[in-house]
Design a protein around this ligand. Sequence first.
Ligand SMILES: [Zn+2]
Length: 177
Amino acid sequence: MTSPLRCTRATTTVLRIAEEIVGAVLDPEMPQVTLADLGIVRGVTSTGSGVEVTITPTYSGCPAMGTIRSDIVAALQAAGFGEVTILTALTPAWTTDWISEAGRAKLRAAGYSTPGAAPRRPDGPVPLTLVPLPRSITCPVCGSTDTRLDSEFGATPCKALYRCLGCREPFDHVKEI
Ligand SMILES: [Zn+2]
């Protein structure tokens, strides 16, 4: 397969297409949202023989990052991009504040409680805290604010498990980091 980057005049357009492809890759843990929704794609550049994609990991040690890398490579190669290199940018560190409004709307529609404002912190990768932060949580099912924390760790370490005391439904809260 010929590399779409052969034609240099079209490189900008091709890179924009590559960025769209990368942005449309779904998050393996919350497939309702894309990498663009999560705000983890920093940029795509041409290397001549292929493309270099820079992403910011959601948090240190996130088990989904390996899957995200291989999904990006697979999506770009399926579209004819030959050599794909994935780079990571750790500074500034990703925060849940980078999740787009569209992404938050998709998460709410899928029954998740979305993160509030991220706690302030210095630059650099941040380990996931083991101490629960006080949060004001709204039930994504009925809208009640009468909720109880059942477990600080839900289906994945980035979610906490809550129960609504209004409608009794359990739900995942995507933690603010
Ligand atoms: Zn409820």
